[in-house]
Design a protein around this ligand. Structure first.
Ligand code: GTP
Ligand code: MG
Length: 202
């Protein structure tokens, strides 16, 4: 799929104030600093559409971007960020789960995990909660430029084994590097296929 246009729409703390849910939507979620905002910029080929930072906790709201005037990409705050107060963290977590569990046009979510880490309980628990709520998700490994090819293959295999302990069917996995601009097309192709089935259903 070609990205002709990518525009910022609005930021909200309340999913009820998000744009009309009349076109397909895809949300990016994962631990703070995993590279959600960077990945969105890589997908749409615009360096600073979504705000990124070396410091965790940069994205604090539900941010909508409209792509090709036809679908939304949503940048969400990260979970598991230890340096904010417990009350603040809980506020974000409620904001994220209210959005994920109630947003009508959310077609699927992409859960991002840092390829350098072995499967973390917070991520696996988050995925289980999505599964229980019936929200389809795909897994995107980020920061692949930090490892060698054989290490990437090992990490993906180890992650698959871990997932197989929980899931009968393993969700699709993507390996990316926003730094090196790698892994873009398979994600955009997946979104394109979903967009087509969304318009058939409408
Ligand atoms: P929060 O909004 O704070 O939850 O973070 P985020 O998940 O949106 O991460 P963000 O995109 O802001 O990136 C965090 C840091 O990781 C930045 O310093 C990025 O430059 C870096 N980063 C993101 N993706 C990659 C990647 O593919 N490779 C490398 N080497 N660094 C990356
Ligand atoms: Mg961010």
């Amino acid at each position: 799929m070609k990205i002709q246009e990518a525009k910022y729409v609005m930021s909200n703390s309340d999913y009820l104030k998000c744009p009309e849910p009349d076109i397909p939507e895809y949300a990016f979620i994962g631990r703070s600093n995993v590279g959600k905002s960077s990945l969105i910029n890589m997908l749409v080929d615009k360096k600073s559409l979504a705000k990124t930072s070396q410091q965790p906790g940069k994205t604090q709201l539900i941010n909508h971007f409209i792509i090709n005037q036809a679908w939304y990409l949503v940048d969400l705050p990260g979970y598991g960020y230890a340096k904010v107060s417990k009350a603040e963290r809980e506020k974000w977590e409620t904001m994220i789960s209210d959005y994920l569990y109630n947003r009508e046009n959310l077609v699927c979510t992409f859960v991002l995990v840092d390829i350098r880490h072995s499967a973390l309980a917070t991520d696996l628990e988050f995925m289980s909660a999505l599964g229980e709520a019936g929200i389809p998700f795909h897994i995107i490994f980020t920061k692949a430029d930090k490892l060698k090819a054989y290490q990437i293959a090992n990490q993906v295999e180890a992650y698959k084994l871990k997932l197989a302990e929980i899931w009968e069917e393993i969700p699709p996995l993507f390996v990316t590097s926003s730094e090196k601009n790698e892994g873009r097309d398979p994600i955009l192709d997946t979104i394109e296929a979903y967009n087509e089935s969304f318009s058939k259903k409408a």
